[in-house]
Design a protein around this ligand. Structure first.
Ligand SMILES: [Mg+2]
Length: 172
């Protein structure tokens, strides 16, 4: 199912980055808003520490955002990585640009985002491993809030199908 993430984590700060690195991933494409920072808000210390920790681990990181350049650039500069702005996610174009900038094969890259119909769908369409991170904050712009309502049945189906396959696996 193209709308289902390959992995779900409570939030981007609780992703098993070490484990993913050991699995062969070395590039990460991040959404900003409500994935690693508040919607339209600046990076905080926790956020800066995350990016520093990832680069120490050996990851190359990239920002992929539908937001405009001033917001995306100032955030990317703050955490110290490159960026693609006005990405028009779920369009594949921005993902291709981001992977090219990372300079590695896309099977070594995973994407972390909080929205199904932009972040996850775009990654899946691009053949990039998609990690859905639960949103960090409740406050967000109205158009995003509307998409949350549309996400509900998809996430419900995702969790049900995971529960079923987990249960099925236990039977063997
Ligand atoms: Mg977002």
């Amino acid at each position: 199912m193209i709308l289902f993430p390959d992995m779900y984590v409570k939030n981007a700060y609780e992703l098993p980055y070490e484990e993913m690195h050991a699995r062969g991933f070395s590039g990460i494409i991040f959404d900003i808003d409500n994935t690693v920072a508040p919607d339209n808000g600046p990076a905080d210390d926790k956020c800066r520490q995350l990016f520093a920790k990832l680069s120490k681990m050996g990851y190359k990181t990239m920002i992929l955002s539908n937001n405009d350049e001033p917001r995306v650039k100032s955030f990317a500069d703050d955490v110290g990585c490159d960026y693609v702005f006005k990405a028009a996610k779920p369009s594949r174009e921005g993902y291709a640009k981001a992977v090219k900038k990372l300079g590695m094969k896309k099977d070594r890259v995973f994407m972390v985002g909080d929205q199904i119909f932009t972040d996850i769908l775009g990654a899946k369409r691009s053949g990039i491993f998609a990690v859905m991170a639960g949103k960090l904050y409740w406050k967000e712009r109205a158009h995003i809030y509307l998409k949350r309502i549309l996400e509900l049945p998809v996430m419900a189906a995702y969790f049900i199908s995971n529960a079923v396959s987990h249960f099925g696996a236990k039977q063997h």
